[in-house]
Design a protein around this ligand. Structure first.
Ligand SMILES: Cc1ncc(COP(=O)(O)O)c(C=O)c1O
Length: 395
């Protein structure tokens, strides 16, 4: 019997949670940097970062201190009033996005996208409300963001979904052009489809989309919930393509694990909202915003886009050298390793048994998204574990 069991920690076979996820195999109790510990004391190398969330690693001291300090100072007053952390975070995000915009804070990626979808409808007006997104995309699990998500199999159980969504082939400008009729208010795309299998957009596609949206008077909205804040080697994924979107959403890495999302829009677009059009009780509240303020300060001081570029190059090169890996794709530290003949979930399970956390985004694709401050030694250790897992699970 472990210490935790002796102290009355809950048994994993009596799960108190709804069955929306498979029953958990591991219960984590502590994290530090790239490492996690379960309640038996086993140590794991975390190359998934809570699904691309803990960009600065677990228990980053600057974020922990900011949270403790803010908790002792001011936790919540509602958005009827201003608070300093939120204003500062909004200004920093606007600067990192090139300036000239305004921010709405939310509590998650789906909520940040909900804001963008409502903004598109307000911008388009009645009769011009359709949002076009790509097959293979992922934009969230609320009813509207689920319909924006271009994965029809995920829609079926929840029909009827809100009207006004259309999907087109990924990286196919002609398909997008054909889909934009006078009912379309906006196009919503990820720079790299993360959940869909780590599929990067091409520069020609994103530049073509920008041109098309300008010609048709349609908003170009970019979902940076997974790609934002340094992960791809730029502050935002779309910055690889030298385009400026009208709307950018983000979440995951912004709070390093504290729930906060944001929807940024050019001021002339944001200005179509009037007081009362959209709201949230918690969005941008001082505790979450204080975490985001500390996250952004560390990210800028550490130049995380440069760190992600260098670490991503080392990790990708190492993955290419593992027998059974057919190709490696994705910018910075959002990486998909494509497998020749292996079954990705089987490899992932073997890696977990050996102390490495990664996940399978497709039957033949493993996603790796370690924290942006990951060390070379940790990368080499993860590569060694993955190579062993590949060897052990060879078909
Ligand atoms: C690109 C993208 N958009 C939106 C979401 C939804 O974010 P959340 O789970 O915080 O609602 C995700 C989550 O994985 C995502 O990857």
């Amino acid at each position: 019997m472990t210490h935790d069991q002796a102290m009355g920690a809950p048994a994993l076979d009596r799960c108190p949670l709804m069955p929306t996820y498979p029953p958990p195999q591991i219960m984590f109790v502590r994290g530090e940097g790239t490492w996690l510990w379960d309640r038996e004391g086993t140590r794991y190398l975390d190359f998934l970062s809570g699904l691309a969330v803990t960009g600065l690693g677990h228990a980053h001291p600057a974020v922990a201190d900011a949270l403790a300090e803010q908790a002792r100072t001011l936790l919540h007053v509602s958005n009827l009033y201003g608070t300093e952390p939120g204003w500062e975070v909004a200004r920093t995000l606007d600067r990192l996005l090139g300036g000239g915009g305004q921010v709405f804070f939310a509590n998650s990626g789906a909520e940040a996208n909900e804001c963008a979808l409502k903004l598109a409808r307000r911008f388009g007006g009645r009769g011009r409300h359709v949002v076009v997104s790509a097959f293979g995309s992922f934009h969230g699990r609320t009813l509207a963001t689920l319909h924006a998500t271009g994965q029809p199999a995920k829609h079926e159980a929840f029909q009827p979904l809100p009207e006004g969504f259309r999907h087109v082939a990924w990286n196919d400008l002609a398909a997008l052009e054909a889909a934009i009729d006078p009912s379309v208010a906006a196009v919503l795309l990820e720079p790299v489809q993360g959940e869909g299998g780590v599929n990067p957009a091409t520069t020609e596609y994103f530049q073509g989309v920008r041109r098309l949206c300008d010609e048709r008077g349609v908003l170009f909205m970019v979902d940076e919930v997974q790609t934002g804040l340094g992960r791809t080697g730029r502050w935002f994924g779309h910055q690889h393509f030298d385009v400026v979107p009208d709307v950018v959403t983000m979440a995951k890495a912004l709070g390093n694990g504290v729930p906060i999302g944001a929807c940024w829009a050019k001021a002339e677009v944001a200005g179509v909202f009037e007081p009362g059009d959209h709201a949230t009780t918690f969005g941008g509240q001082p505790l979450a915003a204080a975490a985001a303020r500390a996250v952004l300060a560390v990210m800028e001081a550490e130049d995380v886009p440069a760190r992600a570029t260098a670490a991503g190059a080392r990790l990708s090169e190492g993955l290419r050298a593992i027998p059974g890996v057919s190709s490696v794709r994705g910018p910075g530290l959002l990486i998909g390793a494509e497998l020749h003949h292996h079954h990705a979930p089987t490899v992932v399970a073997a890696a977990l048994d050996d102390g490495l956390i990664v996940n399978a985004v497709r039957p033949t694709t493993i996603r790796l998204a370690p924290q942006l401050l990951v060390s070379d030694e940790e990368i080499d250790e993860a590569l060694a574990i993955l190579a062993r897992a590949m060897k052990a699970t060879a078909p």
